[in-house]
Design a binder for this molecule. Structure first.
Ligand code: ADP
Length: 162
């Protein structure tokens, strides 16, 4: 059996400002994963900087922190989600598409809705955890344990309801 994984998804401020939240959620439902956490977050600088810590040396670090804080998109917030299930990380990354929207599969979320700004920032609609260690780190950053549903119990409830 493939072990279940959890993955953090962020619907980023560009998508929130442009009214794409529903379209992104609809596409993510194709993965048939269990949603175990969801909240709307007005992102402050400390959280954005902590989230992007692994990229702190990159020349675009400051800009992606501004991007996540919503300062480039009219102060828009972020929808933070945790999905759980077999191969959750790979399934969500596949639906998201490549980091650069210009190179992403046109059928993917980033390929459909993303863009590269004239200043070179990749406004790519959503974040998705890249591997299990990153997912654990990111989920702990964005959610308190009591804000997440217990996946085993939820799976049992869903089976019982079928
Ligand atoms: P991903 O979000 O696909 O995991 P990264 O973690 O490498 O990609 O980058 C974080 C975010 O930084 C990306 O989603 C994108 O918004 C932005 N970004 C990544 N690489 C570049 C780049 N070369 N130029 C501008 N922005 C970038």
């Amino acid at each position: 059996m493939i072990p279940a994984q959890a993955s953090l998804v962020l619907i980023k401020p560009d998508a929130m400002q442009r009214g794409l939240m529903g379209a992104v959620l609809t596409k993510l439902e194709e993965a048939k994963l269990l949603l175990i956490g969801a909240k709307i977050v007005r992102v402050g600088r400390p959280l954005a900087e902590a989230h992007y810590q692994p990229l702190r040396e990159k020349p675009f670090f400051r800009e992606i922190v501004d991007y996540l804080c919503g300062t480039l998109h009219g102060g828009a917030s972020v929808l933070a989600l945790v999905y759980h299930g077999p191969q959750a990380i790979a399934k969500i990354r596949a639906l998201a598409g490549a980091t650069n929207p210009d190179l992403a599969d046109p059928a993917s979320i980033r390929g459909t809705y993303g863009r590269v700004t004239t200043r070179g920032l990749m406004e790519n609609v959503m974040h998705a955890s890249s591997d299990e260690a990153e997912a654990r780190r990111e989920i702990a950053l964005w959610f308190r344990p009591e804000e997440l549903l217990e996946p085993v119990l939820e799976e049992r409830r869903e089976q019982a309801a079928r």
